[in-house]
Write a protein that binds this ligand. Structure first.
Ligand SMILES: [Zn+2]
Length: 838
């Protein structure tokens, strides 16, 4: 929903700007992930997945996919995302099948796809290889078993070896030591016996052995460890081992003593450890914390396993993708992700693309039973391309889902067919996605784009942050803190959800999402709603009424000139933020402009004019300015909150049928007016100071005390005197007088100093009740002061808190001290003057 909201903001804005904007929706088949989920679902119902026939299993997956697809589409529709559903694509549809096969064949022809025997990450419950990116490394504690391999010649003693996987000893082909390890100089060349087995293996020397791990000797199990395999390949005299585990990680093969054959690895580990102890081979075990690789699909511990798989050679494909980011041809937002991108791309490993599941695209290779050669073809072959035999065995594996998804930017537009969409929309412009799939998807799409199309797939990538709940936990289904978007939209409205996703948290950072942000968004939308409803009866009517910006005559009201200038500035800032891929900053700017400038300031000041109390020309002017600013602001808000703005826009005089296709307004429609902005600042300051004085002296709401301003200079004086009626009205001041620079301060008035000058407000007469109130207030402030000081005195707080929080606390201490001092002054003055007649 966050990603879709960002995409929709960008799509709607560009559509309004007249750019041919296309948002292609699609769904990927998520091969392995889907198979895992459906398998769990089936087993939860008490059926065994393995008992299902292939068509039955495919039917289960098909049903599940249909249901998810409906749900995902319903969410996107409810969110109001401006997607072109007529171009909906699915990574298993006929065009995707063709694109996937074409891609495989082209890469194979280019020598970039090969079949190889490698140690892969094997997921035993899923019975498939998975890619490095699907493996998660976690610190876990397991038993480190120290065991002794006796000398084959019967000499007492033997070699001590440490392992966390004692069940793999039956796959050993040697014991290796470091060539410079003096402890074992005499051992090299001798033979040891594999415990619990009658097999003898040589002791070899290899520099890859870590002499500091355990006792410094390493058992070599080439089919189940990449380092062991490298050592094995360097020592050709060693016997090649048979398979040790089947695909479910059960012990198999001639090298495994019959007692352990058929046990799965966990049961085997327990049995082997027990028997090692009974047989006198076990030296000791200790608890050991180390990094354990687990499958993100099944959560099972990965079994490194030698197996034959298909790989894509990535290094040559990575070259143009890295260059594209370095040269700014593809820009990442936020740019700090470039470092992560480079780090991964520069150490890129070949990509294992075959999966031993059935939910996915079959590998487009058939092996000839007659001559043994591969036939690699886009269309399933009828005969062997090498000998013509029709005895072909299709490769039983399927492709990693990402092997289809990485083609998305052009495959979704029709590739390999030369479609009009492909010609018109490729290269595309923007990709919005989560940073967690930067390598799974983003980097690979770039590689595919340059290889298959000779051009970047997109110019800009925007990585959204991750949403958390209000306790800063990741939103997740298992924690139950991740709201269902459909329910959320039903309860809160799509626009509220959309705005809350972008504001107040920056969308590109991790942010808290919950009732607080939703309430904030709702309050803002209510404010917009009320503002337009308030304005509508005042506005000019008829077509074209708001088509042009209002003409501002000489002598126009300051607030009108100011609002137009502020609008221009806000509009420019919003456009700049959107161009810089900062949608949240744009939302915050609009929020501030509508709430503070239009609603709180302008409408308050212009209320009289709008109501006609300052004459017809003033009324017309205020209505034209407010109408113009609201109409243009609704357009700018539209990409963020399309439903409420569309509705409100139709209540305003407007031209055109739909706000969604109205033009994006240029900030330049409104004139710049720095003078008005400066003058208004003085007026707003005066209002703020007098209001503060009012609040401080607890002046009753109905009272209209006198006020004085001693302006800082003649310019300010001129402006404030001109705007005195507005200032009086907004501060509910009775009389407002302007003091010359040398006049004494009015006696008994509270005062405030600001750049505009000094403001004074008459204090109301006070009785004992007011005095008691002040004393209570003083007590409250003193308590608050003690608490804040206590916080600052805590060294831990100062060390942990961000500098601005500390600064804020320090400012609070100063402010509270000053307020207490003023109350003290007041109480003193009040006490001495109590006997005087009022
Ligand atoms: Zn053949």
């Amino acid at each position: 929903m966050l990603g879709d909201t960002v995409m929709d903001v960008l799509a709607r804005q560009h559509r309004m700007q007249g750019v041919a904007t296309l948002w292609v929706p699609g769904l990927d088949h998520a091969g392995l992930a889907t198979q895992v989920v459906v398998r769990n679902y089936v087993e939860k119902q008490g059926r065994r997945w393995d008992d299902l026939s292939r068509p039955e299993a495919l039917a289960e997956i098909g049903r599940w996919k249909e249901e998810r697809e409906r749900h995902i589409r319903a969410q996107a529709e409810a969110g109001g995302f401006s997607i072109d559903w007529s171009r909906y694509r699915y990574t298993m549809d006929a065009a995707s099948v063709r694109a996937t096969r074409e891609a495989f064949v082209a890469l194979h022809r280019a020598g970039l796809i090969y079949r190889g025997e490698r140690i892969v990450n094997w997921d035993p419950p899923m019975r498939t290889a998975i890619s490095d990116l699907e493996v998660e490394h976690r610190e876990e504690e397991t038993d480190l078993v120290f065991l002794r391999y006796p000398w084959a010649d019967g000499t007492p003693g033997g070699l001590e070896i440490a392992t966390v996987r004692p069940e793999t000893i039956f796959g050993d082909v040697a014991v290796a030591v470091h060539p410079e390890d003096d402890r074992y100089r005499d051992a090299v060349g001798r033979t040891v016996q594999v415990p619990l087995s009658d097999r003898l293996v040589p002791v070899i020397a290899d520099p890859a052995v870590d002499a500091h791990f355990g006792a410094g000797a390493l058992k070599i199990t080439p089919r189940h460890d990449p380092v062991d395999r490298e050592i094995f390949l360097r020592h050709p005299q060693l016997t090649a081992p048979p398979e040790l585990f089947d695909e479910s990680a059960r012990l198999i093969g001639d090298w495994v003593p019959p007692a352990y054959r058929g046990l799965d690895r966990a049961a085997a580990r327990a049995a082997v450890t027990r028997d090692l102890a009974a047989g006198g081979f076990l030296v000791r075990t200790e608890r050991y914390r180390h990094s354990v690789a687990r499958s993100t699909r099944s959560d099972a511990v990965i079994e490194p396993r030698l197996s034959t798989q298909w790989f894509v050679k990535m290094a040559p494909l990575a070259v143009p993708a890295v260059a594209a980011v370095r040269q700014g041809e593809v820009r990442l937002h936020p740019a700090r992700w470039e470092l992560t991108f480079y780090r991964w791309m520069e150490g890129i490993q070949d990509w294992c693309i075959s999966r031993q599941v059935f939910w996915g695209h079959p590998i487009p290779v058939a092996v000839c039973r007659a001559c043994g050669a591969d036939t690699v073809s886009v269309d399933p072959p009828a005969a062997c391309a090498h000998c013509g035999s029709t005895e072909l065995r299709p490769d039983p594996d399927v492709l990693d889902t990402w092997f289809t998804s990485w083609l998305w930017p052009f495959a979704a537009l029709g590739w390999p067919e030369p479609t009009a969409d492909l010609a018109h929309y490729y290269p595309t412009s923007v990709l919005v996605t989560g940073r967690d799939i930067m390598f799974f998807w983003v980097a690979r799409m770039m590689m595919a784009g340059y290889f298959f199309r000779g051009a970047r797939p997109f110019s800009d990538v925007y990585f959204t942050g991750m949403l958390r709940d209000e306790e800063w936990r990741k939103l997740s289904k298992s924690l139950g803190n991740s709201p269902d978007p459909l329910e959320l939209i039903r309860a809160r409205g799509a626009d509220t959800m959309r705005f809350a996703l972008l504001f107040p948290n920056p969308a590109e950072e991790d942010g808290a999402f919950g009732d607080a942000s939703l309430d904030g968004a709702r309050n803002f939308l209510t404010k917009v709603w009320n503002l337009v409803r308030f304005a509508v009866p005042h506005l000019p009517t008829g077509p074209g009424a708001l088509a042009a910006p209002p003409r501002i005559e000489r002598g126009a009201a300051l607030e009108s000139r100011w609002l137009l200038a502020r609008y221009r500035r806000a509009a420019e800032d919003v456009d700049r933020a959107l161009a810089a891929f900062e949608p949240s900053r744009a939302a915050a700017l609009l929020h501030g402009f509508v709430w503070h400038d239009v609603a709180d300031r302008y409408v308050e000041i212009a209320k009289d004019a709008l109501a006609g109390r300052r004459g017809e020309p003033a009324r017309r002017e205020a209505a034209a300015v407010l109408g113009f600013v609201l109409e243009r602001t609704l357009r700018r808000l539209h990409p963020f909150v399309p439903h409420v703005t569309e509705e409100l826009w139709h209540a305003l005089p407007h031209d055109g049928d739909l706000l969604a296709v109205a033009a994006w307004p240029s900030p330049a429609e409104a004139p710049p007016d720095p003078e008005a902005e400066l003058e208004m600042e003085a007026v707003l300051d005066a209002i703020r100071l007098l209001r503060n004085l009012r609040a401080e002296a607890k002046v009753p709401a109905a009272a209209t005390p006198s006020a004085w301003i001693r302006p800082a200079g003649p310019e300010v004086a001129r402006v404030l005197e001109r705007e005195a009626p507005a200032i009086r009205r907004l501060t509910r001041v009775g009389a407002l007088a302007f003091l010359p620079a040398d006049a004494p301060a009015p006696p008994g008035a509270g005062s405030r100093v600001a750049p505009l000058g000094e403001c004074y407000l008459e204090r109301p007469a006070e009785g004992p009740a007011a005095r008691a109130g002040l004393e209570r207030e003083r007590e409250r402030l003193a308590e608050l002061l003690a608490k804040t000081r206590g916080r600052l005195a805590d060294a831990g707080f100062r060390a942990r808190a961000p500098p601005d929080v500390v600064a804020e606390a320090e400012a609070k201490v100063r402010d509270l001290t000053e307020r207490i001092r003023r109350i003290d002054d007041h109480l003193k003055a009040d006490g001495s003057g109590a006997a005087e007649p009022a």
